[in-house]
Design a protein around this ligand. Sequence first.
Ligand SMILES: CCCCCCCCCCC/C=C/C(=O)SCCNC(=O)CCNC(=O)[C@H](O)C(C)(C)COP(=O)(O)OP(=O)(O)OC[C@H]1O[C@@H](n2cnc3c(N)ncnc32)[C@H](O)[C@@H]1OP(=O)(O)O
Length: 286
Amino acid sequence: MMSLVTFTRNNALPLLRTSITVRIQLNSASLSSLVRLEEKQGYAVVAMHKPPVNSLSLEMIQALSESLSELEKNKCKGFILTSACPGIFSAGLDIREMYQPTEERLKEFWSSLQTLWLQLYGSKMASVALINGHAPAGGCLLAMCCDSRIMVNGKSKIGLNETKLGIVAPFWFKDTFVNTIGVRQSERALQLGSLFTPDEALKIGLVDRVLPDPEAATAVAESELKEFLQIPAMARYLSKMRIREAALKDLLENREKDLNTFVNFATTDAVQKGLGIYLQSLAKKN
Ligand SMILES: CCCCCCCCCCC/C=C/C(=O)SCCNC(=O)CCNC(=O)[C@H](O)C(C)(C)COP(=O)(O)OP(=O)(O)OC[C@H]1O[C@@H](n2cnc3c(N)ncnc32)[C@H](O)[C@@H]1OP(=O)(O)O
């Protein structure tokens, strides 16, 4: 089997004024091959690696959660979230998890996604999404959870396209969207299931920078993260929470209700039919 985690170590000094040496001692044995972690100077790179499209299956969601926990455990101050699959950031939730599921797995799937969102959106670590490919729906959600978004220009698109699949973005996807691009843009884009080109995304504030190629985008993502890391960590985190805490609290207080709503909605005949047709249309393309 291939190496489970790509992990390089160096002895560089930390970047943070407020931190002691950032030394990430990753427990590679317990981490999954779906996420590659790399230690850099004072931060980490978290690269999704589930070819072909980094779809967020239960295992992928749990691997991301586990990776974040590992970074937190090691007092990592910041990370870049990106993809190791060329041309794709993440195709969003693995639709096969929602199509003809068993109730038990469907519940575990959704509950794990809730956990990942709470962890990522409420993270004390600074984070930059290096969006090096398509980022529809759940892929866009992951990017929006980060503190800054750098997108590579090209044919890739980003947005919450749920309505195009006949499903509805849950309230916490919507809250994240509204906190990122505002109410009016969200209301329109959510209804239309809009997917935006990098330049369109830049215009509405869904991404912060668009760079012509992956190398330039990587350099900007690194310098962007360093800028965040230079701010005193507590002040930066509490300021972020001023914006995010209401949404986080809402899900924390309504997890069970949200889980039941999802399971009831996802298993209706109409949604199952729609997901089946959508999966077929993806397969037909090939
Ligand atoms: C009352 C209100 C209550 C609300 C309750 C909640 C309701 C549920 C909410 C659920 C929220 C959902 C969030 C999501 O994330 S849904 C997923 C949305 N994602 C998409 O629509 C993306 C679909 N994929 C694509 O558009 C393209 O694949 C993409 C542009 C990403 C890449 O294109 P490319 O040409 O490079 O690759 P292919 O299309 O050929 O795909 C390769 C193979 O991968 C399979 N695939 C693609 N995407 C997915 C996916 N999301 N899940 C599973 N599988 C996927 C595709 O079928 C190909 O497979 P094969 O090689 O076997 O054909």
